[in-house]
Design a protein around this ligand. Sequence first.
Ligand code: DHE
Length: 546
Amino acid sequence: KHIGEAEAKYQAGGSPLADVDLYKDSNPDAPKMSKAEFDKARNIYFQRCAGCHGVLRKGATGKPLTPDITLARGSEYLKVFIKYGSPAGMPNWGTSGELTDDEVDLMARYIQQTAPTPPEFGMADMKQTWKVIVPPEQRPKKKMNNYNISNIFSTTLRDSGEVALIDGDTKKIINIVKTGYAVHISRISASGRYLFVIGRDARVNMIDLWMEKPDNVAEIRIGLEARSVDTSKFKGYEDKLAIAGAYWPPQFVIMNGDTLEPLKIVSTRGLTVDTQEYHPEPRVASIVASHFKPEFVVNVKETGKTMMVDYSDITNLKMTEIGSARFLHDGGWDLSKRYFMVAANQSNKIAAIDAKEGKLAGMVEVGKIPHPGRGANFVHPKYGPVWATGHLGDESIALIGTDPKNHKQYAWKLVENLKSQGGGSLFIKTHPKSNHLYVDNPLHPEAKVSQSVAVYDLKNLQGGYKVLPIGDWAGLKDDGAKRVVQPEYNKDGNEVWFSVWSAKDKESAIVIVDDKTLELKTVIKDPKLITPTGHFNVYNTQHDVY
Ligand code: DHE
């Protein structure tokens, strides 16, 4: 199996646009399709193909598939490509059994039609979906429960469209909260009171952790498909504003931090950083809130630009546009929280964005398809503060120097490469109180690797890694995929939590490891823990500890 395929399958996670009824009369030059055939193909396209090839099929990490190109190739050629895949990363949808020959034929005809354009989603649409479930004046004036809320974990239950709030002290489920579908991330307001989550379907939920039983207090849809949300953290603006970014339409929206009332929508359509050509659908990837200025750091995938959005005056909105490389995806702060390290994943680079000066501090060539999550920060005996990322496309762990003041010669350089279990890594994590660095490999083709995690001793990085069989430790009753996803520490930094993620009809679990002994501490199992993926500790997320 070639590496690009893991990346392509990862991007084929399914889009809510699959359910939007879009039918265009077929292109007169394209092979004929009935409406029923078109609808079926459109659904498959948004489930499997749009992640790489784009909603409008203009190309992103995958090649463009507009009719000017596909008609010239012709049905027979396209069918072979779809069925058998290509070494460049196109999955073998036919021979892998995921599409039948009839479906391969259908898709070959579909991509010769003009791509249907999904509708826009503006202020009126947002307002229609906006609900204040508990208005601010009816909310508690103080914390009404006995939970140690800074050690709560918000765990995505991907396929059930919920998050589980789990008490990090007792390991008991506090509540299962209804949210959008396949919540991508959880973020915490500056005060630590409010939890914000966003579903793939662009539904944002705001949960009040002060309620006797923490639950939703507001909700809105900000588009048709999305991945990112955050809230204002600069002094004087704590809990004041929220922001969410959409994949479709390509835009972000600034909202009231109390109620989610939408205030200002900004389009990200524009020119790419390198060839400076117009791109019709630059998706909003990671968003973080700056600690240095009243700014949101908004990373735009297809244009390869980071927008520093000044929220101090949203009527006269000022934005600094920092160009780096395509295609910006995920990232996290360095140890000082001044530099945002963002993966330009198809360029195999990490860009360091200086949030204090509002400019590009450096670009570092790393391994194939860096995928840090938020990355991992620690102090290296020789290189000083470093930030680390794993990769989807190879087995390297890149350590990058992040201290231009006291370790100038190493700043924004790849100072060391560690070897891990293999590619297919999504997340890496450490904690200021820990001597360990954990690296997952949920997309590795071998079960032995995808069901385990590698741990390095920060005091002896050259000593290699130890493998913890997290999937086995879960002791699940059926033989699911058991992909081990996302190491996350508790507040004290002495436990590490992992999701053991199997399909929705199979048992999944959360496995907790004692960080000192690297032994199993607890397994959380519950019939309600359906497809757990990301999990976010309140304190560590609130303070950007990673
Ligand atoms: Fe993610 C972070 C997009 C697939 C779990 N993911 C992110 C971010 C983006 C993103 C833009 C950064 C958000 C931020 O910091 O503001 N993810 C995408 C995709 O486009 C992609 C490739 C394909 C898709 O169809 O969604 C994708 N992601 C996945 C998965 O398959 C995962 C494992 C499970 C799932 O939800 O489907 C997954 N992504 C996560 C998690 C984070 C994340 C847990 C947050 C990591 C963190 O530590 O901050």
